[in-house]
Design a protein around this ligand. Structure first.
Ligand code: NAD
Length: 292
């Protein structure tokens, strides 16, 4: 298949490389030269702009930072919807607002395109290992059509519902993740203040009712686990500012719907304070060190 790939960042680059490894012809575009060069070195074909990456593509994938980048790539006179072939299936894997995802998909539909939102979970390690979870919103027939391609980048492909549903699941999941990381950090810090060994504390809580993903697989206390960001100076992983963006999506979504998310709001305030203290680029588990 001919696949266009726009946004070759921390996630997009390894995802596009997995499509190359699966034997697809991938044409990629990114604004950052070093990312483009890494893609070309892996055997990808570089294009000079987003519309050229979509040229002749059976499927076009975008993996961009936020809602505004997705709007600017798809909409307007110079956007993909005005210039690409409507036979090209469009997949947006970026994490963006469900409202924006629905608006872009309906603009696509009006121009004769089929489009799904397909945000992912699993981080950069999952992107490299092709073990991502995809949460897809859109029509069933389109989801089934793209499933074999998504399976080259991920292990679990879920059809969440209609357009925007993939983003809704992603927003709910990441709000819960952000809250869990704060709760786990707080419990560990309290135990340590009592003189507990954080490894012993983590082992016992992992077999008790406080068990959760952040405690068992992504422990925020340095030295408890190997090969997690907390044991590597909180480098790599999922940045504080990206978590903050996702909590912003959750609170904006809740406001639109008059839904009550007091813990989500508090989590946003706490990550914001942590980011403002100069930790925005560190992994989000560094919130373990937040002093209030
Ligand atoms: P990133 O910033 O590393 O990559 C985004 C890339 O998009 C950058 O290389 C940037 O140059 C490029 N870009 C921006 N505007 C562009 C344009 N107009 N044309 C072409 N390229 C453009 O971000 P990432 O970590 O790869 O995350 C991408 C998305 O995936 C985000 O929405 C993020 O929330 C989500 N996500 C990230 C992770 C993670 O662990 N990093 C996990 C799950 C989901």
């Amino acid at each position: 298949m001919n696949i266009g790939f726009i946004g070759l960042g921390n996630m997009g680059l390894p995802m596009a490389i997995n499509l190359l490894k699966a034997g697809h012809h991938v044409t990629g575009f990114d604004l950052v030269q070093s990312q483009s060069e890494a893609f070309a070195a892996a055997g990808g074909t570089l294009s000079t702009n987003a519309n050229a990456a979509a040229n002749k593509a059976d499927i076009l994938i975008t993996m961009l930072p936020a809602s505004r980048h997705v709007e600017s790539v798809y909409l307007g006179e110079s956007g993909l919807l005005a210039n690409a072939n409507p036979k090209t299936l469009l997949i947006d894997c970026s994490t963006i607002s469900p409202k924006v995802a629905q608006a872009v998909a309906s603009a696509a539909k009006a121009k004769g395109f089929a489009m799904v939102d397909a945000p992912v979970s699993g981080g950069t390690a999952g992107a490299q290992a092709a073990t991502l979870t995809f949460m897809v919103g859109g029509e069933s027939s389109v989801v089934e059509c793209i499933r074999p391609v998504l399976e080259k980048m991920g292990k679990n492909i879920f059809h969440a519902g209609a357009s925007g549903a993939g983003q809704t699941v992603k927003v709910c999941n990441n709000m819960l993740l952000g809250i869990q990381m704060l709760g786990t950090s707080e419990a560990l810090r309290l135990g340590i203040a009592n003189g507990m060994d954080p490894k012993v504390l983590s082992d016992i809580m992992s077999k008790s009712s406080g068990r959760n993903w952040t405690l068992e697989l992504y422990n925020p206390c340095p030295g408890v686990m190997e090969n997690v960001p907390s044991s590597k100076g909180y480098a790599g992983g999922f940045g504080v500012d990206l978590m903050l963006k996702d909590l912003g999506l959750a609170t904006e979504n809740a406001q639109d719907l008059d839904a009550s998310i007091p813990l989500g709001q508090l989590a946003q305030e706490l990550y914001e304070a942590h980011s403002k203290a100069g930790n925005g680029q560190l992994d989000f588990s560094s919130v373990f060190n937040l002093k209030q």
